[in-house]
Design a protein around this ligand. Structure first.
Ligand code: UD2
Ligand code: MN
Length: 568
């Protein structure tokens, strides 16, 4: 009996010791998920055990003191937040019973408030990201957050997540630009937090001019832009600063995870997406092209992207300034991400998404704020400016996709055109061919025309010959040989196209099988003339009897004036 009791005591003792060790081990483990990083361990969210400064284990008559090295939670908070009273800040604005929790912010404010100022989130990166190393010496960054009537809980969570999940030495400052929110205290009170500065606009400027104001006052050499309803994830900042350090012309974004606007669940976004758009300049996420996907053997590698979503990116400050910051004649919201993206690519930089950097963002279905000039007109003004300055002849597709944009005011773009010239930026055609070849140019409706020169018409003769002849027939009775379809860049007749025989002045022009990739077949209108795109020479009839050739462009000369007349 005694032996059984002794055994039982021994077993219980061992179990107790193991239990104690397990408890302590649990407590010193990094917060949140299995793969979470040390930076998250510094900021412990809800749902974890608190870390007391001193643990005491009582056994019989002995007391074993255990000193735990991590500071207690309250101490961490006060270091992070200085004298700022976050409870009072949040409590001052509460949803009243019966209020619609979606009304003011277009997300569920009740859920956001319930979460409070911080929480643990899942580390959504690929597991290989956690073992990547970054330079010990990285420059610090100024975080720029502009907001208009943001909810206090989302704004504070954005700031605290930055302070908790970034190496402190990388955060130079957090600049808040209060874009004339109703309550100035939303911003002012937050400036009690160490490193946080608050600038208030004296009138509503919109996010574009607000960000420029933030960038102009930033003291770090690297700029980081964030929306006001984000939560940054483990090690979000190091990969982005590292890429910019290696090449200052890179503009980098994280993968943007989704924070549910209904229940604020933090959801991992796909790692196979990049930014794209359609011709109406509507941003969309799209799959990485299949060839690129196949070639990706390392899931931690950057993803080249034609455009960025716009809200969350890191950019070298001197590069931002060199490239002309933003187009400050754009108002409130929208379009600036295209303008910046085209400019970065076309003027010598690049855009990429870094899969090892993750930032959550509350995506909404509607704007919770007003647009003084109306939502549609503002978007048209901003995207028209982007199209007019950067899209060259491709802007026609923007206008066909968005006919209502025609004739709408968009202000003067002279300064931006000067900037483009000064920076010696490449044409949009280059962007289409090298950065976004997947964007399909819409099929133009093939309209039959005659190409007239006075009373004479361009016609085909025999298999590949060409010449001018008296225009014959009328309307649909025109002979086939005089009917042309102008589908840029081709000038075609059935399956044959107008082509030059050589790239020098005086070379004959003939007909051959159409191939829109063939440089000898590419033409574009130049005033009344038809210019061969590659040689820069113009279609010339010289004399009505001679062969057709290409010659130095002189559109005022009768032999180069081609008047397309649609056949109806
Ligand atoms: C996306 C971008 C956003 C911006 C926009 C196009 C992300 C995550 N978000 O829209 O940053 O590029 O596309 O313009 O990529 N704000 C002001 N003043 C205003 C209006 C808005 O400060 O007059 C603030 C707003 O509080 C927010 C930020 O600008 O912090 C972006 O606005 P949003 O969240 O309504 O835009 P979003 O995420 O739909
Ligand atoms: Mn947003």
């Amino acid at each position: 009996m005694r032996r059984i009791r002794a055994n039982a005591i021994a077993i219980l003792t061992v179990a107790w010791i193991l239990g104690t060790f397990y408890y302590l081990w649990q407590d010193s483990k990094p917060a949140s998920t299995p793969s979470s990083s040390a930076s998250q361990a510094r900021g412990r969210g809800h749902g974890q055990k608190l870390v007391p400064g001193r643990l005491e284990i009582h056994r019989d008559d002995r007391t074993i003191p255990l000193i735990v090295t991590q500071p207690p939670r309250d101490e961490q908070q006060s270091q992070l937040l200085g004298g700022f009273d976050e409870k009072a800040y949040l409590a001052a604005k509460q949803l009243k019973p019966g209020d619609d929790p979606y009304r003011e912010h277009a997300f569920n404010l009740q859920e956001s408030d319930r979460l409070g100022s911080e929480r643990a989130i899942r580390d959504t990166r690929h597991y290989r990201c956690a073992s990547l190393a970054y330079d010990a010496e990285l420059s610090s960054t100024s975080i720029i957050i502009t907001f208009h009537n943001e909810a206090r809980s989302t704004l504070l969570r954005t700031i605290k997540s930055v302070l908790m999940r970034s190496p402190p030495s990388l955060i130079q400052e957090i600049i808040l630009i209060d874009d004339f929110s109703t309550d100035p205290e939303d911003c002012q009170l937050l400036s009690q937090i160490p490193k946080v500065r608050c600038l208030r606009n004296s009138r509503r400027e919109g996010l574009i001019r607000s960000r420029v104001r933030g960038a102009n006052t930033a003291s770090a050499t690297i700029l980081t832009f964030l929306d006001s309803h984000c939560e940054v994830n483990a090690d979000w900042l190091q990969p982005m600063i590292q890429r910019v350090k290696e090449d200052h012309t890179r503009v980098v974004s994280p993968i943007i995870d989704v924070i549910s606007l209904d229940n604020f669940a933090y959801l991992a976004a796909s790692a196979d997406l990049r930014g794209g758009f359609d011709w109406s300049l509507h941003f969309k996420w799209e799959q990485i092209p299949i060839e690129q996907k196949m070639a990706r053997s390392d899931p931690t590698q950057p993803i080249r992207t034609p455009v960025i979503a716009g809200g969350i990116f890191v950019m070298d400050k001197s590069w931002f300034n060199h490239l002309g910051q933003y187009d400050t004649h754009m108002d409130i919201w929208g379009g600036e991400n295209f303008e910046l993206s085209f400019r970065v690519w076309m003027c010598g930089g690049s855009l990429e998404i870094l899969p090892c950097s993750r930032v959550g963002h509350v995506f909404r279905k509607r704007h919770p704020y007003d647009f003084p000039e109306g939502n549609a007109l503002t978007y048209i003004k901003n995207t028209r400016r982007a199209a007019e300055v950067w899209m060259d002849e491709y802007k026609q597709y923007y206008y066909s996709a968005r006919p209502s944009a025609q004739g709408k005011a968009f202000g003067s773009i002279a300064d931006r055109l000067t900037l483009r010239r000064k920076l010696n930026c490449k044409p949009f055609r280059w962007y289409m061919e090298n950065v976004y070849p997947e964007l399909r140019v819409p099929e133009q409706e093939a309209v039959s025309s005659v190409l007239k020169q006075g009373g004479m018409c361009l016609e085909t003769r025999g298999r590949d010959g060409l010449g001018l002849a008296e225009c014959r027939g009328a309307g649909t009775n025109r002979p086939q040989s005089q009917k042309w379809e102008l589908v840029e860049p081709l000038i075609r007749q059935q399956d044959l196209c107008l082509a030059i025989s050589a790239f020098t002045a005086g070379s004959k022009v003939k007909m051959e099988l159409c191939n829109s990739k063939e440089p000898r077949q590419k033409w574009k209108p130049k005033g009344p003339a038809l210019q061969h795109m590659v040689s820069g020479l113009c279609l010339d009839s010289q004399s009505t009897s001679g062969p057709l050739v290409i010659a130095q462009c002189r559109p005022q000369v009768a032999g180069q004036s081609w008047e397309p007349q649609v056949i109806v």
